[in-house]
Each structure stands twice: as structure tokens, then as C-alpha cells.
Design a protein around this ligand. Sequence first.
Ligand SMILES: [Zn+2]
Length: 356
Amino acid sequence: MHGTGAEPFAIAEHSIAPGTARDVAFPVTTLATGTASSLGVRVLHGARPGPAVFVSAAIHGDEIVGTAVIQRLAQELDPQALGGTVMLVPVANIFGFMTHSRYLPDRRDLNRSFPGSANGSLAGQLANIFYREVVGRCALGIDIHTAAIHRYNLPQIRIAAGNKRLVELAMAFGAPVIIESPLRDGSLRDLAHRQGVDMLLLEAGEALRFDRLSVETGVAGVTRVLAHLGMIEADDGLTEVGIPARANRSVWVRSPRGGVAHFTRESGAPVRKGDLLGCVTGLFGEDAQEMVSPVDGIVIGHATLPVVHQGDALFHIAEIPHPERVGARIETITEAILASEPEGFAEALLDEDEVV
Ligand SMILES: [Zn+2]
């Protein structure tokens, strides 16, 4: 079912009329307490025919930036004005979301459990429902992640290497950086790839927190992709987007010792090989050991917690030639994304002295 619209959309026991939306709850399993649990999906079924696209968040239960993105999309997308079908899954790992955890109660990683099975583990059952009811109905998926806890990722799109169609969609999304990376076994992207479903993975922000750049990048990016596919009218304000930086190699810089880290660079910064990233000292500030960039590139992720063990990964750097020029381009993209704030948002904020 890769092209839909105009005909009713059949899902579970529902028949969703063109130009309408419906929330569908798929029963997943019964928890230890006997409580039933279900996966919630909103289906926006367009008045006109077009492709089916899903947007999902919190496959890792503590990576909630995409939940905020999907809440905004649910408010802003109008099925009457839509061509094709959009399936919104604000929380894929419903169990980890409740406990602020990346994992499920059975300690499995949902993103390593695809395709799963109806008679499998808790993770396997959830993966299987998500796969059958959402992924299998769509031509394209956009899955939203964040960095792990105590880390921040510069908004970046990750796609399978060597796929021109995905590069085109990633460029349309317009996040500051595009990373082409190998697929992990059992991941949603790996399964989608084998089923011929195009997938964009957005990495943006940090676990258990919202930040404006990440949320705005997600909302604008998904909207631009839908416009690129002809599913919605292109908004003039969305068509102007800088050219994202592209990389297919990245390196981690790890802490040279245990202690207290002081960072001098963060995500988005251009760096040259040998540039100082920060240093780690002992508890009294003694024996500072420096960390320098091993490559020319852009910092695409950084640790936010200064208490570190030796070997902790503190900086993620994408290898990119001409980092200063690319860094300036990234800055224009992030400034444009942040400039697109909704009307009245700035006025609604109070100065600190007005609050007290
Ligand atoms: Zn994740």
C-alpha cells in the first residue's frame, strides 16, 4: 500500500475517510500489573491521493524530542489539505517512555528487535506491531532520535550510504548535517531498507529534554519533505534552506583520564586537526590533560556531563574538509531555523525580573 488517498484508509477495524484523521490504539501486551497497554498512532488521511509516510519518535523511550515534533505536526497538518497519508507515532517505546528509559522492561532495545514477532518477547511484540501496522503501510519513514543521556547531538539526518533518493530527501529535510552511515542489524532502518521503505533518521538534541533548535529543525524538516513529495503546499517560508554539510566518516574523542572535564568546543563548531576541544583534570584541578581534534571537521555531538571516566566518549566529530566554510553555512541554517518561531512566541516569554 504505497500510494493512498481518495479511497478510505483501512486500518485495524477502522475505515478512515479521505480528508479526515483518526487515532488508532493497537493493543500490545498485558503488563505485570494486569494493565493492558497499547501503541497509539494518529492517521491523517488526505483528501487527495499520494504516498503514505510515517513519522515516529521515542523508539528509545528517553529520546523525546520527536514527541514534541509530532505534537506540533498533529496540530499543523490538515488532512483536508493533504495528498496521501501521514501516520504519526509520538511514542514508539511506550514502556521506556513511562520509565524515562531507553530500553523496555525486559531490558531489550526496541531498535534492535525488528521485525520481531507476535509471539516474541515484549520488545519483539511491540516491534512486530509497529512494523506490520505502520512501516509496512508506508513508502517513507522519518524516525526521530536524540543523543543518549548526558549528551547533545547537533541536528543531523542519518541515511543509508549510497542511495541517491535518500540524499535527495535528506537535502529536502534541510537539517544542518547529513551523515551517510552503515545500517545496524535488527534496526528499524535495516528492516525498512530490506522492505524497500525509504528511511530518514533525525538525530537531534539530548535525551529527556526539549531544545528549540532540535524541535524546530524536526517540524520544518518533516514539513519540507512532505512539500517535496507534493503532499502539502510548499510554504514560501520553508523553501529557503541552506545546503547541509555532508559526511560519511566520523570519529569519537574519548577522555584521556578520569576526573572533571572542561569543554571549550561544542556541537556545531568547526575544528581543525590539533585544535583544543577541552581538558580533563583531577579533583583539585591538577594534571590537566588536553583533548584535541584528530581530524578537520565539525563537532556533531558532545557530552554535557563534566564528571568523566577515562575512555568516556566526549566529542563526536564528522570529518568534513574546509570546516570553517562549512561551519559558517551550518550557522546560517540554524539561524534560519530559529528565526522561524511561531508568531507571539517571543512576546509570551517574560523577563526573569517579571517572573519574581
Ligand atoms: Zn536512539
